[in-house]
Design a protein around this ligand. Structure first.
Ligand SMILES: Nc1ncnc2c1ncn2[C@@H]1O[C@H](COP(=O)(O)OP(=O)(O)OP(=O)(O)O)[C@@H](O)[C@H]1O
Ligand SMILES: [Mg+2]
Length: 220
């Protein structure tokens, strides 16, 4: 069973007066959806970067299946074990929508011929039309771009999904659809889904709701 554990993790940005993440210990397990809420500046995005191995803790460790990220090949960890939905979507502007979703599969060795139908199915699942799939991301609305970013994060085989406000630009119906997709990935397919959200509908649907305040994390 894959787990992501934080053991007394503290992270202080260079020249910062106080830590953005302060002595957090917590375990995230497969099969569950976790929601992290908390005020702006409380350290939520910083915590996700630590879980994604984009930064290493100043103190303590993040461990994937018992192995400290500090000792793992982080490029490989990020490519194979983690998929991220960022606060700003980070879609590739010079690739079409469908090419954006094919890209992570092709990075993992899937041929373009096999990647394309899978990408189309994932995009359809989040409500993107065939016609929109051929457009560049700049020709989509904010909410449509967000749904493409979600489909792209589902395209890799990574079992841990980290989302930073993944439903921040979506209306009620699309939010509910994304909640359903993420819950079913966790409950039926054993994914571990960790999402930062301001949306109480998302937090209520999660199996575990956590709150960050001044760099500290509490179960609510
Ligand atoms: N690159 C950086 N350098 C210095 N300080 C930073 C940096 N990024 C974030 N911080 C600070 O760290 C603290 C936590 O920031 P973080 O982005 O994790 O908050 P957040 O909870 O995600 O907020 P929001 O809800 O607004 O996205 C804040 O005080 C922020 O100003
Ligand atoms: Mg943030």
């Amino acid at each position: 069973m894959s787990t992501l554990a934080l053991n007394n993790v503290t992270y202080t940005y260079k020249n910062a007066q106080r830590p953005a993440v302060s002595d957090i210990s917590c375990i995230f397990e497969e099969g569950h959806v976790y929601a992290i809420v908390g005020p702006s500046g409380s350290g939520k995005s910083t915590l996700l970067s630590l879980l994604a191995g984009l930064d290493l803790p100043t103190e303590g460790e993040v461990a994937f299946n018992g192995d400290s990220l500090a000792k793992l090949n982080l490029d490989r960890y990020r490519r194979e074990s983690i998929s991220m939905i960022f606060q700003a979507f980070h879609l590739f502007p010079l690739m079409t929508v469908i090419e954006n979703v094919c890209f992570p599969m092709e990075l993992c060795g899937v041929t373009p011929k096999d990647a394309k139908p899978r990408a189309a199915a994932l995009l359809e699942g989040v409500g993107i039309t065939k016609e929109q799939m051929g457009r560049f991301p700049s020709k989509l609305s904010g909410g449509e771009r967000q749904r493409v970013a979600i489909a792209r994060s589902l395209a890799s085989n990574a079992k841990i999904i980290l989302g930073d406000e993944p439903t921040g630009n979506l209306d009620g119906a699309n939010t509910q659809n994304i909640i359903d997709i993420l819950c079913s990935l966790a409950h039926d397919k054993g994914y571990c889904v960790i999402i930062v959200t301001h949306d109480m509908e998302v937090a209520d649907a999660a199996d575990v709701a956590l709150k960050m305040r001044d760099g500290e994390l509490r179960v609510i």
